[in-house]
Design a protein around this ligand. Structure first.
Ligand SMILES: [Mn+2]
Length: 373
């Protein structure tokens, strides 16, 4: 097949940089020009572009308030406080919760997760959810992919003795919630080098910092990058800088040894044995997770993503596939994306589902404690 590539003409400075890069590195002017147009003007940057490596991930402690967040998490684990991992019901939110919940399960058992239901709780955190958390004795909430605008709710939580660590990537307002720590690369004044992280990506950076601070090898965490790659593709965040490394490594994982839930979804999509691309994540894998989170419950989506039993994963994956088909076939029953006002209305209704007091998937966590022996 012949393709005709059209790209805008270069400025004289870009031409000079392109010629220099072609001479010293690519030996091919069109490739060098394309690199320059992407802001890649040095041999070192070109090497990083062609060979994405986890070594090039940024130091997580460059993110504002990361040290405070890690210190608060360590303290909660050291004093056996009940921790709730809380997130949005879309793909980014559920992958973020799955990653943080499952990773911390390796070290700690006083842990549960909660995803608000779309129709009962609405988007984000509500006073009703905070009341439930207080009833459960929760002292620390790690909230992912939402929370940055929940000023009143987090103020209310503080009055009830619940601390929040926010891991979000949405653009903050001028006023920030009174959380213990706000991890957000878009925070005003942040000099974190990659502002484009997904919500799950921010959760990953938090867990990376937690691991570094406790001297834990990051191999296990890196094995969970399949979840981060799915979040990057589904949330359509720019695949540049650190996101490109995370997506590249995570996609490799997705193709070689994905977690049990993702493996089950891959099979139900008919992608078993095929090379999975980012487009497959956007159009096939993501919608199944979304269907699970939006039309059933976010808990269902996370249970699938943290499944440790292949039969259970397969059962849940088929259920999400059927839900996806139902959503496509039905026009009347298809839920609309909540508008801000319907989200507000949903926040004002009493949640029907209760927090579970036991973790169904927490078998490995039952004997774990903190600090580690
Ligand atoms: Mn998101």
């Amino acid at each position: 097949m012949t393709r005709k590539w059209n790209y805008p003409s270069l400025s004289s400075e870009e031409q000079r940089l392109g010629a220099e890069l072609a001479r010293r590195y690519s030996n091919c002017t069109p490739v060098a020009d394309l690199l320059v147009q992407r802001g890649i003007t040095t041999i070192d940057a070109a090497e990083k572009f062609f060979h994405p490596s986890l070594r090039d991930l940024h130091d997580p402690f460059l993110m504002p308030q990361m040290d405070v967040a890690v210190e608060r998490l360590n303290r909660a684990m050291g004093s056996k406080e009940k921790i709730m991992v809380y997130g949005d019901y879309d793909v980014d939110g559920t992958t973020a919760v799955a990653l943080v919940y499952r990773y911390l399960q390796n070290f700690y058992s006083e842990l549960d997760f909660y995803i608000p239901t779309r129709y009962d709780d609405g988007y984000g955190i509500s006073r009703q959810s905070i009341d439930m958390l207080a009833e459960q004795g929760v002292k620390l909430v790690i909230i992912l992919d939402c929370g940055i605008k929940a000023i009143d709710e987090i103020k209310y939580a503080a009055e009830r003795g619940i601390d929040f660590i926010i891991c979000d990537h949405h653009v903050p307002d001028d006023e920030l919630p009174p959380a213990v720590a706000i991890l957000n690369p878009k925070l005003e004044g942040s000099t974190y080098p990659c502002p484009h992280l997904s919500g799950c990506g921010v959760g990953y950076k938090f867990m990376q910092a937690f691991s570094i601070s406790n001297g834990i090898a990051t191999a296990e965490l890196e094995s969970m990058l399949d979840l981060v790659a799915v979040s990057i593709a589904a949330d359509i965040v720019p695949m540049v800088d650190e996101n490109r490394v995370l997506a590249y490594t995570g996609l490799k994982r997705l193709n070689s040894n994905p977690n049990m839930g993702l493996r089950a979804i891959i099979r139900t999509c008919g992608l078993g044995g095929k090379e999975i691309t980012i487009s497959d994540v956007v159009f096939k894998i993501g919608p199944r997770i979304n269907a699970s989170g939006r039309m059933q419950s976010g808990r269902e989506a996370v249970e699938l993503l943290v499944a440790r039993d292949s039969k259970e994963a397969a059962r849940r994956a088929w259920r999400s596939t059927n839900t996806t088909k139902t959503a496509r076939n039905s026009t009347n029953a298809s839920p609309k994306k909540p508008t801000p006002s319907s989200r507000h209305a949903a926040r004002c209704t009493r949640p029907k589902n209760r927090l579970s007091s036991t973790t169904k998937t927490g078998t490995r966590a039952s004997s774990a404690s903190w600090p580690r022996a």
